[in-house]
Design a protein around this ligand. Structure first.
Ligand SMILES: NC(=O)c1ccc[n+]([C@@H]2O[C@H](COP(=O)([O-])OP(=O)(O)OC[C@H]3O[C@@H](n4cnc5c(N)ncnc54)[C@H](O)[C@@H]3O)[C@@H](O)[C@H]2O)c1
Length: 339
């Protein structure tokens, strides 16, 4: 099977490309190398003879000219909420026009698509209402969020582009008869993630702790009580492998996919985990003001995806932490350029 992974030099895309290549698939990547760190990932996929098409996904002529694939796995996006408000045109071009171009390609080639969506598709109001936007610590909330939560806007412009892409996929699939799967993911982390403040907090905190740098706790009074669940990238790879193998039977479905309650952690708990692991005291800078787009809590329900694939995350927070640490330690000097 010939597979194109868009964003194949990004965190999710490069890990998935290497995983699927090792499983014997004929894997290709599409990535314009925009993201810091993607050149580093390019050298990794090249070693496995995975070809990267260095084109912009928003350029429909370049996408049209690509060879035919059996399956496209769309991991190409500007995934940062804050960037989506500062660079609106680029984010819409990549995240939404890009999806449209890939869907036209799927319809002309009769190829299927797996889309990596986001937990940011949900209504901010509904997510905030879970905790009344105030976080009293320790959190008593033990809720797992599934696809039934309301998706009304506002939700962030990033979330809007992901949700609009989901809807576009359903339209194209209905019209042109190809198969799709949508995975709405919570926070994903693991080796080869070049974490930023608003995307990839788990790896960012580990990197800063490892380098004895200050960690900022932003929003909700600067107390670091926001909670997220974290999924190991290798668990996501395992799931997508099952999805590819079963696509003829299980298709045209939407799943919520994440670490779940067992893999949930607050920012403060992560700081403590870093301190314990590295035996250090971390300097904290508290920034009290909350972005209107920050949410106090997100933990994913894997109920549906578990029912369809008997899949659940195998790797806990300890394993995610250790795998990131081992990777960072190994490439410490080179990583300074990217993190
Ligand atoms: N990382 C997470 O926690 C997370 C959570 C939920 C959903 N997602 C989704 O997973 C996917 C992958 O995210 P990621 O964390 O790997 O992000 P990433 O930034 O590491 O990877 C995205 C890749 O896309 C490439 N790219 C950006 N704009 C492009 C363009 N116009 N044309 C071609 N390539 C372009 C970048 O160079 C980069 O290599 C995204 O769709 C994101 O929305 C990620």
């Amino acid at each position: 099977m010939k597979i194109l992974i868009t964003g194949g030099c990004g965190f999710v895309g490069s890990n998935l490309a290497i995983f699927l290549k090792k499983k014997g698939f004929n894997v290709f990547s599409l990535d314009n190398l925009f993201r810091k760190g993607s050149k580093f990932n390019l050298s990794r996929i090249k070693k496995l003879k995975i070809k990267n098409f260095k084109i912009d996904v928003s350029n429909h002529i370049s996408v049209k000219k690509l060879p035919k694939f059996d399956l496209i796995i769309d991991c190409c996006a500007e995934a940062s909420v804050e960037s989506s408000h500062k660079e609106i045109s680029r984010v819409f071009d990549t995240n939404l026009i890009g999806t449209k171009n890939l869907l036209i390609k799927c319809s002309s080639d009769k190829s299927n698509i797996i889309f990596i969506s986001s937990s940011r598709v949900y209504s901010l109001k509904d997510l905030n209402n879970l905790t009344n936007r105030e976080i009293k610590y320790p959190l008593k909330l033990k809720k797992e969020i599934d696809h039934n939560v309301n998706t009304l806007s506002p939700k962030t412009l990033y979330g809007f582009t992901k949700y609009a892409s989901e809807e576009l996929i359903k339209e194209f699939s209905y019209l042109y008869n190809f198969k799709y799967l949508i995975n709405r993911c919570g926070v994903i982390s693991g080796p080869w993630q070049f974490g930023k403040v608003d995307q990839g907090f788990f790896s960012l905190f580990i990197w800063r702790a490892l380098n004895k740098k200050i960690i900022k706790l932003i929003g909700f009074g600067g107390n670091g009580h926001q909670v997220r669940d974290v999924l190991h990238i290798y668990d996501l790879c395992d799931l997508i492998y099952s999805q590819i193998r079963k696509m003829s039977k299980i298709n045209n479905q939407l799943f919520t996919v994440g670490g779940g309650l067992k893999n949930s952690i607050s920012l403060t708990q992560l700081v403590k985990m870093c301190e314990d692991k590295f035996n250090i005291k971390i300097k904290i800078k508290k920034i009290k003001q909350t972005s209107k787009y920050d949410i106090p809590y997100f933990v994913t329900s894997n109920k549906k995806v578990n029912k369809f694939y008997s899949w659940k995350p195998k790797r806990n927070l300890e394993i995610i932490f250790d795998d990131i640490y081992i990777w960072m330690n190994k490439y410490k000097i080179k990583l300074k350029k990217y993190l």
